[in-house]
Design a protein. Structure first.
Length: 218
């Protein structure tokens, strides 16, 4: 296990399996528990986290912010060598996409993490002119530059637009929507309120619900 705390309440974990190699698809998530799992009892308290990706050693990468009691427990109790219990994988965010052209990825904060699992996967080269709009509290919270550079190598048509709340305000779904071609597919990931408001706006403006994908499981 590797534990990083690059800024404030933002944590990055790299977890290595003690048994079989991790298997997952881009956009999937897992359940993480700090408490030992006894198969004769129910699954212990846990929380869902998007799988950000996998490094060359086979470790999976998770990034999260401290929000609430369980994530505070993680920050307090995690130590190198501690055994964590995972259930995975779950979700189908990027499966059966109707059209891989004109896909728009909109992320708030750590909501970018499920997108990174796609952007750094070989299948990302099949997307035509994909665009990311990502918003962060400030520049120090944007720790994903290397991932976005790798995405550009995999898919040279990829474009990213980064916004910092302290300088430019929050992401504006109306402004983003006006720049997109008709028939675009939208992927939303971030705080629940953001997802709800952005999805409602898109539906009210005629976007078919089949073309709105959300990463939400809280």
């Amino acid at each position: 296990m590797e534990i990083q705390n690059p800024v404030d309440t933002l944590y990055v974990l790299k977890l290595r399996s003690k048994g079989r190699p991790f298997k997952f698809l881009p956009g999937q998530f897992l359940h993480l528990s700090l408490d030992e799992y006894d198969p004769s009892n129910s699954w212990p308290e846990s929380r869902c986290y998007s799988i950000q990706g996998q490094d060359r050693s086979g470790s999976i990468i998770l990034t999260f912010s401290i929000k609430g009691r369980f994530t505070s427990r993680i920050a307090k109790e995690l130590t190198i060598g501690k055994t964590l219990w995972l259930k995975m994988p779950y979700g189908s965010l990027f499966q059966d996409i109707p059209d891989k052209s004109g896909c728009v990825f909109i992320a708030g904060g750590t909501g970018i993490t499920p997108f990174l699992s796609l952007f750094t996967h070989e299948s990302f080269k099949l997307f035509q002119k994909p665009t990311l709009y990502a918003g962060f509290r400030s520049a120090e919270y944007n720790i994903y530059g290397t991932y976005l550079s790798d995405a550009k190598i995999i898919n040279p048509e990829f474009e990213s637009r980064i916004f910092y709340e302290d300088l430019e305000g929050m992401l504006d779904i109306e402004s983003i929507f006006q720049k997109q071609p008709e028939g675009a597919t939208y992927f939303l990931s971030g705080p629940p309120v953001m997802i709800k408001n952005f999805r409602n706006f898109l539906v009210e403006n005629g976007v078919n619900t089949e073309r709105i994908r959300t990463d939400e499981w809280e």
